[in-house]
Structure formats: C-alpha cells, structure tokens
Design a protein around this ligand. Structure first.
Ligand code: PHE
Length: 345
C-alpha cells in the first residue's frame, strides 16, 4: 500500500513533464495544471488516499507528496515562462555589432612616472626597485631617524611588527643601493609608499620617485641643474624652479623645491583677474624635497664622507600628475573608473 502510493506519486513528475512538453498553447498548459495540480487533480486524489495508510507510514508518504507537489509547481512555472511572448527585439540578430569590452588605458600615475623616469634615465640615472614591506633600519634608522623621532610615530606609519613596516617613503632605496654597491652611483627608485593618512588631499598609498647620486665633489648646483632639467622637460622650458631651505634628517642642507604655477604661469592671478586656486595666489607650487646626503647616512652604509658626497630627492608622483594633467581631485586616481583613465590614452 505504502510503496504503491509512493511509486504513483513519483510517477506524476515525468508524466506531468511530458504533458507540459506537448502543450502548444496556454490553454493546454492550464489543462495540464488542472489535471495534476487542481483540486480534483491526480495529486489531490493520491493525497486523499493517505488516510488508508497505517499511521506510522503517513509522515514518510507525506514528505514524498510535498516534494512531488513542489516539483510539479516548478515544472509548471518553467513551462509558463517558455510560453510567454518574446519581448520586442529579443530575437537573435547575427548582423548586430558585437559586445565591446570595457578597455582601459595606462593610468595617469603610470604615464607620468614613465615620463619622469625616462627624463632622468637620459640624464644617466638607472632605475632600481625594492620592497614595500621594509625594515625599521632601512626606512628610519639608517636615514638618521633614530628611535623616538616623531616621524616614526604610530600615528603616521603602518607597522606590521615592531621592526617591520610599510615604507613611508622611497628613501630606504637610498640605503639599499648604498649597501649593495660602491659609488659612483646614480639611481632613481619609483614605487608605492604608505602612510596612515586619509582625507581629501592624502591617501594611505601613493607613489614617489627617489633620486640619489653619489660621486666625488657633488654640489647642490648639480642637484639644482638636474631638477630644473626635469621640471622643464615635463612642464615646458619656461617653467622656473626655486629652492626653499627645509629640513630632512637624511640630508644637510635640505630644501623644498617649488616650480612656477602651471595654471597662472607664476602670476598668482588668472586672466579673469581671479586668484589662482592651484597656487593660492603665490605663483609657486611645491613639488619635492631634496638635499645633500647627510654624512650620518654615509656612516650608516660604510661610505667615506671625506671622499664621497651626494644629493638625493624625493617627489610625489600623483602631485606631479595633478599639475601636469590639471586633475583637481586626488580621489579620482584611486576609483578605478575606466572613463577617467581613458582620457589620458
Ligand atoms: N623622503 C622625503 C619625503 O618623503 C623626501 C626626500 C627624499 C627628501 C630625498 C630629501 C631627500 O618627504
């Protein structure tokens, strides 16, 4: 009794499926539904026979009946879907143009980084790269930033362990290069740097390019010459460069470098008479930090400061890209919008 009822219930599924497959019109679908799922349909008739079962057998057969009902309902819904009129234009048109993939382009950060590196390579600098996960020694200690220096504060630095961190600048590449080779040397090191900083004008990751030249009798005039050549190659020959005294623990003397403002060409006011918003009316914008390698750094890497001297500089790539391409909002660099990057293709 029980087995027979289960078998009949299960047979409903293929039988209903076949009937639906043969239905050619909505009325035939409806007839199939009434015959199987209707109040006086086959499923209802079989379920009415549950009362004839031994009480112990009822739960199991009830579960089969419920599963069959769910399956029949699903088959009927699928059949209805197949029967729906196709919406306008949903036919296959072999002549229609294909799907065009969303093609990107080189990011402005990449473009300006390549351009800056190309200029400096022509001047004789060799490109090197190194780790973004750095030791405290390379990022701070060898750069004359001893324990307790405010720049090492947890507030500014993303630490991994007490001695391992995400580099906060590309300057550790000065240390790595001077430990690995002997002067004379001239390198640039582009790459990502990380700081615990996030607002409209700061992102936790950005790009820098480090420069380092070590040779005999290196002067600040040579540093100025290299940076002037670089700025004029990127922004045009009439761009002016000025040095302002500054401080970095790893250079002495140190300077911050400004270039004449690209938007107002150094006048501080626009043609319209408005105050220039890029340089805030000063005519100058800061672009990098630099200086002469501090003898304390040479001592850390075993280079004789009595024989060798050098200069170093570090510039922010996004900042240069914003000035070069007139990008007003730093966040655009990190939103991965292909409409943004394609403008620079
Ligand atoms: N590392 C410095 C910074 O991130 C920039 C710098 C590099 C200054 C090299 C001097 C020499 O601010």
């Amino acid at each position: 009794m029980k087995r027979e009822l289960v078998a009949q219930l299960e047979r409903l599924v293929p039988r209903f499926d076949e009937m639906l497959a043969q239905a050619a019109a909505p009325e035939e679908l409806e007839a199939a539904r009434v015959a199987f799922l209707g109040r006086k349909g086959e499923l209802a008739a079989l379920m009415a026979r549950m009362g004839e079962l031994a009480v112990d057998d009822r739960p199991e057969v009830g579960r089969v009946a419920n599963a069959v009902k769910a399956k029949l309902t699903e088959l009927w819904q699928q059949a209805q879907q197949r029967m729906l009129p196709r919406p306008e234009g949903a036919y296959f048109d072999a002549g229609e143009p294909g799907w065009v993939p969303d093609v990107g382009a080189l990011h402005p950060t990449t473009l300006i980084q390549q351009e800056i590196c190309a200029v400096l390579q022509r001047l004789g600098f060799e490109t090197v790269s190194g780790p973004e996960v750095e030791t405290d020694f390379h990022n701070f200690e060898a750069l004359n930033l001893p324990p307790g220096h405010p720049a090492r504060d947890m507030q500014d630095t993303l630490y991994i362990t007490e001695r391992i961190l995400l580099r906060t600048h590309t300057s550790p590449m000065q240390v790595r290069t001077m430990l690995a080779r002997r002067p004379p040397l001239a390198i640039i090191a582009p790459g990502k740097v990380y700081r615990r900083d996030s607002d409209l004008t700061h992102t936790p990751m950005f790009h820098q390019i480090e420069g380092l030249l070590v040779d005999r009798h290196v002067t600040m005039a040579q540093l100025r010459g290299v940076l002037t050549a670089l700025v004029q190659a990127i922004f045009g020959p009439s761009t002016r460069v000025r040095f302002r005294p500054s401080f970095f623990p790893f250079t002495e003397p140190s300077a911050e470098v400004d270039m004449s403002c690209v938007l107002c060409t150094g006048r501080g006011v626009l043609e319209s008479g408005e105050l220039c918003r890029v340089c805030k009316g000063t005519g100058w914008v800061e672009i990098l930090g630099c200086g002469m390698v501090d003898p304390a750094v040479f001592a850390q890497v075993g280079i004789d400061a009595a024989v060798w001297s050098g200069f170093a500089f570090g510039l922010g790539v996004e900042r240069i890209a914003m000035l070069k391409y007139g990008i007003g909002d730093l966040r655009l660099f990190f939103e991965n919008d292909t409409r943004f990057v394609r403008q620079f293709a």
